[in-house]
Every structure is written in C-alpha cells, then in structure tokens.
Design a protein around this ligand. Structure first.
Ligand code: SF4
Length: 415
C-alpha cells in the first residue's frame, strides 16, 4: 500500500471564511486545516477568569473559543476580553437578538445564532446586516433539541435530518436577502445517526463550511466515545471544516480531545513544543511577534513537549498564561520569566529568549517543581513593582475597552 491509498476521503471543498483576529486570524473551510473549537464555562463578565480559561484552551489545542453573551455584563466583558485573547472569539447568542448586536459592538470575531431561538426575520436580517458591515462571520447553529416548533410539527412531530437542514436553509435565505455570505453551519444532535445524516444532507445542498459536533455528549469516557463516533465518521467522509466536542467536563478536555482526534486522523500535525503568544494589545511592552518567533526557533531544536507562553506585558501576562509550564512577560525593558504563573526571574529584555531556553532545559531535566524551587528570592517583588509602575503609566484601561462598553450600553438603552 502506498501513502495515497491510506488517505481518508478527499475533503469536500467548501468556501472559506476568516475569523479576523488581529495577530492570529483563523480561516475555516476551503484549504484551511480543520480547526478545533471549545467553549468557556466561566461567566463572561469575569474578564480575568475567562481569559485564563481561554489561554488554557488555546494551550490544549483550541484554535477558536466561544463565550456566552447572555446579558449586558457579558457583552461588556467581551469588550475587554477580545483585545487580549490569543485566539478568535465567537459570541454565543441565545434568545435575545440585542445581545448579538452588543457582541458586535464588543468587537467579537464571529457570532453563533440558533435559528430555533431568534425567529423574527427582521431581527435576523438586522444582525446579518451589522455583521456584514463589520466583516464578522456568523455560525448558523441548528440544534436538534431546540428546533423551530413549526418545522418540528411539519415533519410529523419528529426531529429529522430534513427538518434540521431546512432550518439552516431558512436562516441562510434571510442572510442572502441582505447580501451576507460569511456563514458556517452546524446541525448538531445528540443522536449520532441523526446528526451524521443531517450533516451529509447539508453538505449536499451547501458549500458553506461546516462546524461538526454532537450535543450533550455527556461526561467522559462515554461522552468522548459518543462525540468521536459522530465527528470522526463525518471527517472520514471528507465532511467538516471545524469541530467541537461538547463534554460535561473541564473544557480543556474538549479542546484536547478535538486536537487529538484531528492528529489521529492525520488532519493536523502533531504538536511538540506548544508555544502560545498573546495578541499584543495596548499594554504590550515589546514586539511580541518577534520575540515569539525567535523563541519558537530557539526552542524548536530542543524538541520539548512543554507549553511556553510569550506575553506582551507583566501586568496581565503571568496571570493570563498561568497554566503554561513556562513563560515570559515584558515590562520596563525587562523580561519577567514565570513558571506556572509564578515569576521566578527577571532578566534584561535582550536576554528574554536565552532565558526561556535555559529554563526550558531546566524543566526538561528536573521538572516544574525543581524549577519553581530555583526562583530568585526577589523576582516576584520586582515583577510586582514593574506591574504597578506600568499600571500607573497606562491606567486600568489600556485598550480603551470602556469606550466599547459605553457604546454597548447606549445601543442597548436605545433598543
Ligand atoms: S500585552 Fe499584556 S494585556 Fe495585552 S494581550 Fe499581551 S499579556 Fe495580555
């Protein structure tokens, strides 16, 4: 057998959409690799807690993260989260169309709408128009469990693949009326044969990229088996452009499972060193992209299975990336090296990359605990002093997120 004969079915060609994150845009469909998504379980209004989970998900393999946008406080949280997230953010909108508009005001990279929940055509078209004008894609997320009642009745009081596909098509038609085509679609169900057939039928009638998932798969290990059965069957047929495991578990497990499945199926390359970098927002103290690429090059040779974070500022970097084994954050021309979120050494800016290499080797040879035990006594206090000075310099709102929050509040008050 040659390598060609070992390939899965050719991937069905879909159109491509892009979630336009500032430093890490992610394309879905076309020739883009199949991407992994997950969803935060924190309250979106809890900015620091949510960002910390987003970093953990990115580190575990998530290319895209979804956060709920269920009220004005969540939308305000998104205004602060989006400029600091290392991966594109999708806002999950439930019944209230105004939350979709608020999420757009917050600057999110994508929306997810459930056609079973937002039903009034004028609301759907208003959201699509606003998304079109801002070049923000939307996922039409049909869910077998919340199918539009009229469709449910028309298909004999049953959730059928045909009813799910029709629900997506009705929504698409509204979007087309306003000239919006930045769409991806999901037709999830918890019943595996139903979900597989719905996606098969959908891929016959549209070339928009498809987001695969099994709803309410439950806790692992049964949930993992169930989700894998549905997602892997479709991927093996060449259907699917992005995937999400919906597990009753820490979402880090979802991201990890998604990544592992794609690696096992030969759809993504295996990760050795896992380097994550912040998007470099208004607080950045250094050229993050340059330091990250220098670090990648220097660390690649070591072939270490560890996670390393390169962060633009010491104000938020060590906290945001506290799940990384090792990281460095910039501030006042110095690099603040941290292990599992604890600052262990402060070095001149020019030595940031060499310090990362030195501590990566230390972790490889002796482990994380030994590295933590070698922390410089004064490092944490120095980092705290730099952090306080930077907060003094730039204030609490370096990204001007409060302007977006004011916009969100004004628009919600007007509507
Ligand atoms: S510069 Fe600081 S606050 Fe901004 S994204 Fe990077 S680590 Fe986060």
């Amino acid at each position: 057998m040659n390598d060609e004969s070992l390939k899965l079915a050719e991937r069905r060609r879909t159109r491509q959409i892009t979630l336009a994150h500032r430093s890490n845009p992610v394309s879905v469909g076309g020739d883009a690799p199949v991407s992994v998504q997950s969803m935060t379980t924190t309250k979106t209004a809890d900015v620091e807690g949510t960002l910390q989970q987003i970093y953990a998900l990115a580190g575990a393999g998530a290319d895209i993260v979804r956060c709920t946008c269920n009220d004005a406080d969540a939308a305000a949280g998104l205004a602060h989260i989006v400029p600091r997230s290392p991966v594109p953010i999708v806002a999950d909108v439930h019944n209230n169309y105004r939350m979709a508009l608020a999420a757009l005001d917050a600057g999110v990279h994508c929306l997810r709408l459930n056609p079973g929940n937002i039903r009034r055509p004028e609301h759907i078209k208003l959201i699509a128009t606003e998304a079109r004008d801002r070049n923000v894609p939307i996922r039409i997320g049909v869910n077998g469990g919340s199918l539009d009642e009229r469709l449910y009745q028309r298909y004999g009081g049953k959730v059928t693949p045909e009813a799910m596909v029709e629900s997506a098509q009705i929504e698409m038609a509204y979007f087309e009326e306003v000239g919006f085509d930045q769409i991806k679609i999901s037709v999830k169900a918890s019943n595996i044969p139903l979900m597989i057939e719905a996606y098969r039928q959908l891929s016959e009638v549209t070339d928009h990229p498809l987001h695969l998932g099994v709803t309410e798969a439950g806790p692992p290990p049964a949930g993992l088996v169930k989700a894998t059965a549905g997602i892997a069957a479709l991927l093996a047929e060449g259907i699917g452009d992005t995937i999400r495991y919906s597990l009753t578990a820490d979402p880090v497990e979802e991201a990890r499972a998604g990544r592992q499945l794609l690696e096992a199926m030969g759809l993504r390359e295996r990760k050795g060193l896992d380097l994550i970098a912040c998007p470099s927002c208004g607080r950045a103290e250094v050229d993050v992209i340059k330091v990250a690429s220098d670090a990648q090059e220097a660390l690649d040779d070591l072939k270490l299975p560890i996670q390393v974070a390169v962060m633009g500022c010491v104000v938020n970097g060590p906290g945001e990336a506290r799940d990384a084994d090792l990281g460095i954050a910039a501030g006042r021309r110095r690099g603040h090296l941290f292990v599992k979120g604890k600052v262990v050494k402060v070095v001149p800016e020019a030595e940031m990359v060499s310090a990362l290499v030195e501590w990566a080797e230390l972790i490889r040879d002796d482990g994380v605990e030994a590295a933590l035990a070698k922390a410089d006594a004064g490092a944490a206090a120095e980092a705290e002093a730099d952090r306080a000075a930077l907060l003094d310099d730039k204030g609490l709102d370096a990204n001007a997120s409060e302007q977006r929050v004011e916009l969100i509040r004004r628009h919600l008050a007007e509507s």
